[in-house]
Design a protein around this ligand. Structure first.
Ligand code: SAM
Length: 246
């Protein structure tokens, strides 16, 4: 019967396609891709030649019902994005939701995603973590997110475009303490893979002298500050416990 496969593709290094991803992309009736031209080039290099249909954020609302009809009639569709996992800061979730509503099986394949690849090499605790995807562009709209990251006991992860990195890190340094540890993971799995690690001010200085190029994942370390409890509050707490008979 018809079904939807969610198929991750490489985020740079073409060797990162999985054996299963390759088979599903070859066997599916159609590959639904954000950009059929870019994906076509990538798939060609991997040795996959199959029919493609376009599915991107601008046509997803109208396309989803068409794809649903096809899958109801037995068509197998493999959805990919330009790179990495579909749905992760990419289109797809509207189609997944529609499949669930129409009882069409959704089969996710594991594989590369930039945020998880960056997280495991960050040196920060991976449990818990918060993934924000792309933040808003305006500093005033970024600040509420950075205030959350300031307090967070979790590692925070977001994506940023190279030409906005310095401005965003500057805003970050205004909300968080400049000595808070961050990592900027650049060009993961590619020739120029690099991890810029250090305090916000150190990493910011680095990218002020070396122009940021390529693709970036930014990770902010968890807040590990001890919470100070006053003696007066402690005494009050003990009094309350005694009064409650515990
Ligand atoms: N679906 C993708 C995934 O699973 O990671 C994310 C797609 S999103 C439109 C593209 C953003 O992901 C880039 O702007 C960058 O922030 C991040 N990204 C993708 N590939 C990357 C790589 N090789 N190195 C670092 N960041 C990458």
């Amino acid at each position: 019967g018809g079904k939807l496969y969610l198929v991750p593709t490489p985020i740079g290094n073409l060797e990162d396609i999985t054996l299963r991803a390759k088979r599903i992309l070859t066997e599916a009736d159609y590959i639904a891709a954000e950009d059929t031209r870019t994906s076509g080039i990538m798939l060609d290099k991997i040795g996959i030649h199959n029919k493609m249909i376009s599915f991107h954020k601008y046509n997803s609302k109208q396309r989803a019902p068409e794809l649903i009809e096809m899958m109801k009639n037995g068509t197998v569709i493999a959805e990919i994005s330009d790179a990495g996992m579909p749905v992760i800061s990419d289109p797809g979730y509207i189609l997944v939701q529609a499949c669930i509503e129409h009882d069409i099986p959704v089969v996710p394949l594991p594989g590369p995603s930039a945020f998880a690849t960056a997280l495991i090499a960050s040196g920060f605790d991976a449990q818990p973590f918060t993934y924000y995807g792309f933040l808003p562009r305006k500093a005033s709209e970024q600040k509420p997110f950075f205030e959350q990251m300031e307090k967070a006991r979790a590692t925070s992860i977001f994506y940023e475009a190279p030409h906005r990195l310095v401005k965003t890190l500057t805003t970050l340094s205004e909300v968080l303490k400049p000595d808070r540890e961050i990592v900027c993971a650049r060009e993961l799995t590619k020739i120029h893979e690099e991890f810029a690690r250090g305090s916000i001010s150190e990493v910011l200085d680095h990218f002020k002298t070396t122009e940021p190029r390529g693709e970036f994942v930014v990770l902010v370390s968890p807040n590990t500050e001890e919470v100070a409890v006053s003696l007066a509050d402690l005494v009050k707490l003990v009094d309350e416990l005694v009064a409650s008979g515990k």
